[in-house]
Design a protein around this ligand. Structure first.
Ligand SMILES: [Zn+2]
Ligand SMILES: [Zn+2]
Length: 233
């Protein structure tokens, strides 16, 4: 297996959604690198400026990572947001609206997400057995992305993926049900570690990890006729 394959295999061996997990690590390392090396880099500054200091999610993530690392602290955040405030104040003084484009960390995460999915798809023959036998569970979004990619590239594996996904989700559900049963007053046993973990995996399997790319999906808006109150027949 090539290096990317080994990297993906490792992610598939861990509990939770392998794609979300890689993206979460990637996000942290990108932000840490910016804070350590690029706070004063003019091209990185320009990227911050495009979105007036990232999207809301990444701005707070950057603050959280900086403040929780004793070697970083608030200085880098101060330098970046001093600059952003100057841009904002200038726009107010000139009486123009400041343009806010998509956050560059969101763009990078989307690119990374696509590359992980295509990486998994291209190595599916070797990686699917790893997935089948591990505690990993693709979240709904990443399962659907992989399924779609396989449907184009390798349809026979698309069906196998669905089979495995149903098996895995059923196992999680069984554990959640056992967890609930253990709260019955007649039960003499405490929930096991696996059962307790299954509750969290149930959320992760449906919603993915709390990453900005997973907040993007909005359900279809109701038709105009329904208005904000919905249709009242
Ligand atoms: Zn996911
Ligand atoms: Zn963002």
């Amino acid at each position: 297996m090539d290096l990317i394959g080994i990297y993906l295999k490792e992610a598939l061996e861990n509990p939770g959604c392998p794609v979300c997990n890689i993206l979460q690590k990637y996000e942290k390392s990108e932000i840490t690198t910016i804070l350590y090396e690029h706070v004063n880099n003019p091209s990185v500054r320009d990227q911050f400026k495009e979105s007036l200091g990232l999207c809301t999610y990444h701005a707070w993530k950057l603050k959280e990572i900086a403040y929780s690392d004793p070697l970083l602290g608030a200085l880098g955040v101060a330098v970046i947001y001093d600059h952003m405030l100057s841009v904002y104040i200038e726009s107010l003084e000139q009486g123009r609206r400041v343009k806010v484009s998509k956050c560059f960390l969101c763009r990078r995460a989307e690119e990374k997400e696509r590359s992980i999915i295509s990486g998994l798809s291209r190595r599916i023959e070797e990686l699917l057995p790893v997935y089948k036998n591990s505690g990993a569970i693709l979240c709904k979004k990443h399962y659907e992305m992989l399924k779609e990619e396989l449907g184009r590239e390798n349809p026979s594996y698309a069906d196998k993926l669905t089979e495995i996904q149903i098996e895995k989700l059923s196992t999680i559900r069984e554990r959640v049900e056992r967890f609930i049963d253990k709260f019955d007053y007649r039960s003499t046993e405490a929930p096991t570690k696996k059962e307790a973990e299954a509750v969290v995996l149930a959320i992760e399997s449906l919603k993915g990890l709390p990453l900005q790319i997973n907040f993007g999906e909005t359900p279809k808006k109701p038709g105009i006729r329904g208005g904000i109150f919905g249709s009242r027949a």
